[in-house]
Design a protein around this ligand. Structure first.
Ligand code: FAD
Length: 498
């Protein structure tokens, strides 16, 4: 008798696609459940990968920790540099910058975050910039870095995406993953239950599986084309739908910051690696054309180009379900938010961890599928709001793009957070939300929101006490930063093992 989906044990896993998502899934699954599973990964050299995605956030360290990846080896093999935050340039006004750093700023009181004390200090002429009270931010401004005791600096990486996939491939193959080269020509479904049964390659080889992970990128061959899961389009909030990428030779030292430079109808990234710089422009085809975007990019890179610019099209949004039947989509196949906050690789890793937590070894339970989808949806909604914030709260009105972004209606969840901060200076992190209070505060202040008031707890400090509190914190940070080596020098020595 035919088994139902809930009764069918999962032994054979087929990963379709070998970009960052495919190989991260392969690494995560093989390391944790490799002994129980037969894992195959199909990738097509002819199709290739999206070839971008080189800036990360600190959560990647958790993933590497789970995989027991040696940091020095990872950095040497992927030509990685350290990243302490993102420099947002021209976002609030042309010619003005701010940094969203990965550190904490100041010290909170249990009733009131540090921003309330800083706000009072500003009003009384006693406080410097908000960033003066954040070690990571100050270190990044001085291009300095070192590992500090007790994880004293919070950081992430810039890495070469192509090398990262190769690094994870070697890792996964050690844990038993079999790589199959070829183009998927047909996805075979069970006509009764609708599940995927096998993938047929153009060579005629057929790969059967119990569970299929769709990592085919924007094509979404399994979850979209085969399982028919629709896509929620967010382009009314996030106008950009195109990007052009261009790698250049390095000029000068690598800085520990991703640069995000706003342009007339989009923004440009600059990601410094050990051996080159990743550049690109993200733009909206409703407001500009490819030639103009490419000219803007080419006019604003520093080193010699190593390639001709490559155009990438995308639709901002989310798959309506990321797990359907026996197919789970991870990576670009599951949805895409543009990379201003480097969140895509984080979402891949979250998808993997969630899948491992709910792995259907003894059969797929619909309750697990629903829970997985609900968590994935909530998670991306929070990030979506954070990204929209960067566009909507701006003083820029110089082009139709910025005027429309500033005047568009935003999701009610974001509207509330903006209003709350503007009126009271308060921010609350929603449980399981990626971005903590300090990220919201840095970006809201950076984009130009000035809270009308601060919490009365800050008034319990007199001027002298407040000046001492703020001054000693800033001085201690400055002293620590002055003792740090240059980022470039530290990366070279660290990767060389000296
Ligand atoms: P892909 O890299 O496209 O891989 C798809 C795989 O599927 C390939 O191996 C391909 O060969 C295979 N495939 C497809 N169809 C078939 C078929 N028929 N048969 C066989 N194989 C097939 N993320 C960040 O975290 N930080 C960033 O700084 C960042 N910057 C970005 C900039 C831009 C402009 C874009 C578009 C994305 C950026 N991202 C970033 C997102 C990041 O690039 C992706 O999340 C990441 O690369 C994962 O992509 P993927 O593996 O899902 O897809």
């Amino acid at each position: 008798m035919e088994q139902t989906r809930a009764q069918r044990p999962i032994r054979k896993v087929v990963i379709a696609g070998g970009g960052t998502a495919g190989w991260m899934v392969a690494a995560g699954l093989s390391k944790s459940l490799g002994k129980l599973l037969d894992i195959k990964l199909i990738e097509s050299d002819e199709i290739g990968t999206v070839g971008v995605g080189e800036a990360t956030i600190p959560t990647l360290m958790n993933f590497h920790h789970l995989l027991e990846i040696d940091e020095r080896e990872f950095m040497a093999e992927t030509m990685a540099t350290f990243k302490l935050g993102i420099s947002f340039e021209n976002w609030r006004n042309v010619g003005e910058d701010y940094i969203h750093s990965f550190g904490t700023t100041g010290t909170d009181h249990w009733t009131a975050g540090f921003q309330h004390f800083w706000h009072k200090g500003r009003e009384r002429g006693l406080a410097g910039d908000y960033g003066d009270y954040c070690l990571e931010l100050k270190a990044s401004l001085h291009n300095r870095f070192a590992h500090l005791p007790k994880n004293g600096m919070n950081y992430a990486y810039h890495m070469d995406a192509g090398r990262y996939a190769k690094f994870l491939r070697r890792f996964s193959e050690r844990y038993g993953v079999q790589r199959v080269e070829g183009k998927i020509a047909e996805v075979r479904k069970d006509l009764i239950c609708g599940d995927i049964r096998a993938l047929r390659l153009d060579s005629g080889v057929e790969l059967e599986g119990d569970l299929f992970i769709d990592c085919t990128g924007f094509r979404a061959l399994l979850i979209g084309e085969t399982m028919g899961v629709g896509y929620e389009d967010w382009s009314h909030w996030l106008f950009n739908d195109s990007a052009a990428a261009l790698q250049t030779k390095s000029v000068g030292d690598a800085i520990p910051l991703t640069r995000s430079i706003a342009r007339e109808s989009g923004w440009q990234w600059r990601i410094p690696l050990q051996h080159r710089v990743g550049n690109g422009i993200v733009y909206s085809s409703r407001y500009t054309d490819d030639d103009t975007a490419i000219r803007t990019l080419q006019a604003n890179v520093e080193g010699e180009p190593l390639m001709t610019p490559r155009i990438i099209r995308f639709k901002p949004g989310q798959r309506q379900q990321t797990w359907k039947g026996n197919c789970v989509a991870i990576g670009l196949a599951s949805g895409f938010l543009e990379p201003i906050e480097s969140t895509s690789i984080h979402l891949i890793q979250r998808g993997i961890i969630r899948l491992m937590q709910m792995f259907p070894t003894d059969g797929i339970s619909q309750a697990d599928v629903d829970e997985y989808n609900k968590q994935a949806e909530t998670e991306i909604h929070h990030i979506r709001d954070f990204i929209i914030l960067h566009y909507h709260v701006t003083n820029r009105r110089d082009t139709p793009y910025w005027r429309d972004a500033a005047s568009m209606p935003v999701p009610a969840s974001l509207r509330h957070r903006i209003d709350l901060f503007r009126e009271t200076g308060r921010v609350f992190r929603i449980p399981n939300e990626l971005f903590a209070e300090n990220s919201w505060i840095q970006v809201m202040l950076g984009q130009g929101i000035h809270p009308r008031q601060h919490h009365q707890t800050a008034d319990l400090m007199g001027d002298d006490e407040l000046a001492h509190f703020l001054g000693s914190m800033a001085t201690s940070i400055e002293r620590t930063v002055a003792q740090l080596p240059s980022h470039q020098q530290y990366v070279q020595q660290y990767c060389a093992g000296t």
